[in-house]
Every structure is written in C-alpha cells, then in structure tokens.
Design a protein around this ligand. Structure first.
Ligand SMILES: NC(=O)CC[C@H](N)C(=O)O
Length: 385
C-alpha cells in the first residue's frame, strides 16, 4: 500500500483578528507590524481603497473590504482624502499582488507600512461580513507579527476592554488647523487645479475630520473656502464674514462631539447663517436642531447605497460611511426629512423650513463612489451668491 503523503506543512499565520468575544480569525499580515484596537466594520465599495483608508471618518475603525482584490493598483499621492490613512487597518480576502497601474507610485503593502497601518489577508471576508450582519460590528484587535508570535490573552483583553465608538469624540484628534483651501478639480496629468482670486462667495468650513474632496467640490462649485478647526467658536467663525458655513464629516459619536460643536451651530442657526452639512456635520446639525442621534445596529459603508430624494422621488446612488444616525421621529417641526435610505429607511437628509440650512447623511463628494449628488454643492454655493 502506498504511503499516505505527509500532511502539508501548515503555513504559520502572521496576522490575526481578535474579536472582543474571544474568537480569533487567522490570516497573513502585511503592511506595518504591531497591533491596533478599534471597531470592525465592512465596506462594500469595489474601488477606491486608498480614498477609503485615508477618510478621517474611519479613525478608530478596522475595515473589512468585501471586494476580494484590494491593493492591486497600488497607491499614489493624488487619490487621498487626507495626508495619511486614518483607518487602523484593513482585512482582505486575497493577498495583495504587485501593483498594475500606470498611476502607481508605491505598492499598497509598502504604503501601509510607511504609514503604520496593518493589513490582514487570506481571511474569509464573506463569513466575517455575514457575522457582522447578524451580530453587529464587534470591537476587535488587528495584529501582525512576521514571526507569527501572538499573545492571544493580552490581545483578547485589549479587544474586550476597549470602550467602543459609542460616546467617543474622535473629531478633536483628526481636525486640522485654520487654512485657506485652494484645491479644485482634478485632471489626469495636471493634478488638482489651484483656484485663487475672483469674486467668490466665502464659505467657512468646519473640519471635524473632513475628506479633502468635499473642499475641492466647494471650490469647484464656485466658493472661496477657509477651513477652521472643529472647536472654532461662533465669534471666530463670523469674524471671517462668511456667506455660508459648511459642517464636515468626521469620526466618532456625534453626541460626544456635541458639547463643543452644537452650541456653536445653534448660534449660527439663531443668526440665520446659511449652512450645509455632510455626515457627522449632518448629525451635529440635527442635534443642534433638537433631534437625537443613535448608534446603528448596522452601519452603512459602501459606494452604491440608494437614497430617495423625497422632493421629487428621484433615486441617487450614493457613497456612504456612517455608523450613527439621526432618529427621524425626533426631528422638530421646522426640520423636514429630505432624503431616505432605500436599504433600511434611515434618515439621509434634512432641511429647515424656515432657514437656508440643509444637510445629508451620505457623501455627495463621492471619492470613491458615484457622482449623482454633486448638485448639492452647487445648490449650496449658488444659494450664497
Ligand atoms: N463619515 C462620517 O462623517 C461619519 C459620521 C459618524 N462618525 C458616524 O459614524 O456615523
């Protein structure tokens, strides 16, 4: 009888995802070595991993990409939403292959390493996503050790003891200093156009962890943009004599950001300042109006979320990234719901009936994602002229 072939040598795992429940998902580490603790989420976009990783709204989160091939076009200096990645790490199905794209400057693996961010490959991301769909988003540690040595007890304790995103103010960690924003539309070969001068309505944008493409879209729509940090007060804002104020996206729990952001927004509302908000900015505007926010059981992160615009029934396919939501039934009488998610009916837009103030929960700036909703930037800026 032929001898049974010896068992194939088990490849040693060099990466792990350790869930707060104690479960361990093994894989192959890439990017930086080390470990990080945060909330695990899943993102369904098929493109734009570099934009997603650099979106400051992902601070405190580990992203599971449902699309199996991540990293295969490498990275470059233009497809970024902030100067460095903010997501703690990413979990992917396939190993990252050598970049194949004429715009590649640095392989994804190297870029993650250079920026201290961890990757985990070889994971059954479908099973992980189904688990999140059923049980909600778990707190977890992503860990990478090229020698495959993991202190599981310590990593389990770290995941279990992490406080969670609820109640966490992260905007203060990712906001930037005051600056004039001059970057406009992008063209292949020419990069981002610098737009200065001209008689343009002045928008003061509050940066709670903004994606750069929001500012580029405001400039493209015709605005002059000054960015202020998240804790900017009412007097500081109005001293710049804005025609309108923009409230950006950002990470963390809106209710935890409310103590400094909401009093300022309330004063702007009392002064009838035109306001446009996106995502965290939308949620903070809701809180300032007197509504409530809550953590969603199932967050929305992807580039194909259908949203119904209630004024005319048109469906916009949108980019989304949020884990908190405004409770629609808590909106006051002078604020109407303007957009609603066709996936779960959650609130996706609000407008005041008595003020030039509106906001959306989704990301009209795309990056990545469809551009159906660019009109909102034009609507805001043209309303200021
Ligand atoms: N993209 C965002 O601004 C996210 C807002 C908020 N941190 C949430 O998760 O809901």
């Amino acid at each position: 009888m032929a001898e049974a072939s010896p068992p194939r040598a088990r490849q040693k795992a060099t990466g792990a995802l350790v869930l707060a429940s104690g479960e361990v998902v093994w894989g192959r580490g890439f990017g930086a070595a080390g470990h990080a603790v945060g909330e695990l989420c899943f993102h369904t976009a098929m493109t734009g991993y570099q934009e997603i990783m650099t979106d400051p709204s992902f601070a405190g989160q580990i992203i599971t990409f449902t699309f199996p091939h991540i990293g295969n076009v490498g990275t470059n200096a233009e497809d970024v939403e902030a100067s460095a990645p903010h997501a703690l790490g990413c979990v992917v199905r396939e190993d990252v292959t050598a970049p194949s794209n004429f715009r590649n400057v640095q392989p994804f693996d190297q870029w993650l390493r250079a920026n201290g961010r961890i990757g985990l490959a070889g994971v059954d991301t479908r099973a992980l996503t189904r688990r999140m769909r059923t049980l909600g988003a778990p707190n977890a540690v992503i860990a990478h050790d090229p020698d495959g040595n993991f202190d599981l007890d310590a990593l389990r304790a770290l995941a279990r003891d992490w406080a969670g995103l609820e109640g966490m103010d992260l905007a203060k960690d990712v906001t930037g200093a005051q600056r004039d924003w001059t970057g406009g539309p992008w063209r292949l070969g020419a990069g981002y156009e610098t737009v200065t001068g001209g008689d343009r309505p002045h928008v003061v944008a509050i940066d709670y962890g903004a994606k750069d493409n929001i500012f580029r879209n405001l400039v493209t729509a015709g605005a002059r943009v000054t960015v202020l940090p998240a804790n900017a007060g009412y007097d500081e804002i109005v001293a710049l004599k804005p025609a309108g104020v923009f409230l950006s996206n950002g990470p963390g729990d809106p209710a935890a950001t409310a103590d400094y952001a909401v009093p300022t927004i309330r004063k702007l509302l009392d002064a009838d300042m035109p306001i446009f908000g996106i995502c965290l900015g939308h949620q903070l505007l809701g809180l300032a109006a007197g509504a409530r926010t809550k953590k969603m059981r199932q967050g929305h992160r992807g580039a194909n979320h259908p949203v119904k615009r209630l004024e005319d029934g048109v469906v916009e396919i949108t980019s989304m990234n949020h884990g908190f939501t405004i409770e629609t039934e808590s909106l006051p009488a002078n604020v109407v719901e303007t957009h609603v998610s066709l996936f779960d009916g959650s609130n996706c837009g609000i407008a005041f009936t008595d003020k030039p103030v509106f906001a959306v929960q989704y990301h009209p700036e795309a990056s990545p994602g469809p551009q159906d909703s660019f009109y909102l930037f034009r609507r805001f800026v043209e309303g200021l002229a």
